[in-house]
Design a protein around this ligand. Structure first.
Ligand code: SF4
Length: 307
């Protein structure tokens, strides 16, 4: 899912990277300037990154309910499926890295066998899914694993064929050149101390975010938030984001990637969202009902008890 296709890679190298350098970013909007406006957090409230970046509730009442009223929403089916699919993908990739380190380049057949044997376990009853939903999800997990397994195996063979003297560490890095679930402390920017990016590529710093739902314009706020946090922590520029959309059509997995520049506009939008939602929490302001509440909203029964 996180490995770019040849044409996307070309687009990245020939268009997005040079374009990002050409456009530049206003210095005050770089994450390393977290200690001064406009990045400096104005309110004391600490928010999760998904709370800032998620605009599923247009009024931001979900954040007020969770943080001020202490109400936990009921995760909807898409949220449960998304979490399970994220976990299984990360688990498969980590298992592949582990097999590389365990068996080494001298025993690459054992690496391939370990990957071929990898099979997802059915979703746990604690997910609260019905039998039919769990079976449907397991089917999707198998499709996802089969897709990713084939890609990892192909990359592994390719790297081994090109580099006859390669060692395990380099093989792991070239085969799976992403850090999964990288933990980040967002405290400099008024965000949670336990953030986690889906994946990060170091060779050309790019934040990757995996989604299994419909594309929404605000999804880019997530990659923007992580880019700002990375800049604040490590003081190097992160100019690019990529949202990977996975869609299941029958027994096929369709993958689309939205590569984008973490522009000044996105950075400003993220800061505005953060400040507005942090104000709701710090000053205990109820922003009121959104005009158009989706029935799948985790807080629907709280906000609209009459349905
Ligand atoms: S039910 Fe409506 S107002 Fe309440 S959190 Fe959901 S979208 Fe927002």
């Amino acid at each position: 899912m996180y490995f770019l296709a040849d044409d996307e890679r070309k687009q990245l190298l020939r268009y997005y990277l040079p374009k990002a350098r050409e456009l530049g970013v206003a210095e005050e909007l770089r994450g390393w300037n977290w200690h001064q406006p406009p990045l400096e957090p104005v309110y004391g409230a600490v928010l999760a990154l998904y709370e800032v970046a998620g605009r599923y509730c247009p009024s931001g009442r979900d954040v007020f309910l969770r943080r001020v009223q202490g109400i936990r929403g009921e995760p909807n089916l898409a949220m449960i499926q998304g979490a399970v699919l994220h976990d299984i993908l990360a688990d498969l990739l980590v298992a592949a890295k582990r097999a590389i380190y365990l068996y080494g380049t001298g025993n690459y057949r054992a690496i391939c066998e370990a990957l071929e044997k990898y099979a997802p376990a059915p979703p746990l009853p604690s997910t609260g899914l019905s039998e039919a939903e769990a079976a449907d999800l397991l089917g999707k997990m198998e499709i996802l694993c089969s897709f990713e397994r084939a890609r990892v195996l192909s990359r592994l063979q390719e790297v081994l064929a090109r580099h006859p003297y390669i060692g395990e560490d380099s093989l792991a890095n070239l085969t799976i050149p992403v850090v999964l679930e990288q933990k980040l402390n967002g405290a400099f920017l008024g965000l949670s101390g336990n953030l986690s990016t889906d994946a990060f590529i170091f060779s050309e710093p790019m934040i990757l975010d995996l989604k299994f739902g419909e594309p929404r314009d605000f999804h880019r706020l997530g990659t923007t938030g992580y880019a700002l946090v990375m800049e604040a922590l490590y003081e190097f520029p992160v100019n690019l984001g990529c949202i990977v959309y996975g869609e299941f059509r029958g027994d096929r997995l369709i993958v689309k990637r939205d590569i984008h520049i973490i522009s000044d506009e996105l950075r400003q939008w993220f800061i505005e969202e953060r400040d507005e939602k942090a104000r709701f929490v710090a000053e205990e302001i109820d922003p009121g009902l959104a005009g158009d509440c989706p029935a799948t909203c985790p807080f629907y029964r709280v906000c609209r008890p009459g349905g």
